[in-house]
Design a protein around this ligand. Sequence first.
Ligand SMILES: NC(=O)c1ccc[n+]([C@@H]2O[C@H](COP(=O)([O-])OP(=O)(O)OC[C@H]3O[C@@H](n4cnc5c(N)ncnc54)[C@H](OP(=O)(O)O)[C@@H]3O)[C@@H](O)[C@H]2O)c1
Length: 256
Amino acid sequence: MEDRRLGPVVGLGTSRTFRDDARLAGEVVGAALEAGCRVVDTSPMYGSEAALAAALEGRRDRADVATKIWTPSAAEGREQFGAQLGWFGRVEIEQVHNLVSWREHLPWLENERAAGRIGRIGVTHWNAAAFGELAEAMRTRRFETVQLPYNPHERECERELLPLASELGMPVIVMRPFGEGELLRRQPSRAELEPLRAFGVETWPQALLKWILSDERVDLVIPATKNPQRARENAAAGVPPWLGPDERALVERLAR
Ligand SMILES: NC(=O)c1ccc[n+]([C@@H]2O[C@H](COP(=O)([O-])OP(=O)(O)OC[C@H]3O[C@@H](n4cnc5c(N)ncnc54)[C@H](OP(=O)(O)O)[C@@H]3O)[C@@H](O)[C@H]2O)c1
């Protein structure tokens, strides 16, 4: 059977990070790639695509680009894609952002995939209120990745979407691993994290990333940062050993 998995691995999110600052993008992306990151996620919504393209110049082959189409209009969607081809040459994972007009976008996206300009077609949503429609889109079997929120404070996806993704053999990309930073407000002490050190966890952000990737239904987690050192710290959490049920329960307790 064809191996459709993407990970488990840590990628890089770019929402509210370097925006159009190509110099900063070069530093953050460079640090993430050196530390083992292989996928960078962006969107027309974030204003980070041009700077990301500049950051990948000369090393485009070292990272897959996951970007999005974010518009109700198929004509404008094609324009967004045209700009992305100019920046990236090809888009490895092209996602319909927040399910916006997904039925309208699918036919032309499938044509682009057949022509080899798109690798996989994906779909995203951040809001649990939209998970019913996200499941409906997944069940068409016309999407090859799904991106959703998952962290110890946001576990709604465990009810329907993660089991469905497993059933369909669909790779799962996890957004908002830190709840936009909310989960990092209280940092557990070194002593509290001690039982996780044997699993390669040195810091609280790494504990949260490992908690996510240790769920076998997850492929890729994409923490966002504008800080090169944090990009390194996050990417380092993308390697085994993975947490077992006891260690995952500890992270859940520490996140309360
Ligand atoms: N609908 C969608 O498709 C959708 C929606 C939401 C998110 N996403 C994707 O998912 C990505 C991640 O989600 P998110 O950006 O909402 O939130 P997030 O990754 O959960 O949190 C980002 C926050 O965590 C901080 N941070 C990151 N690494 C850190 C570390 N090691 N130590 C301390 N602080 C750290 C960042 O601050 P600094 O920058 O200061 O480090 C930033 O404030 C987005 O960038 C985007 O690519 C997609």
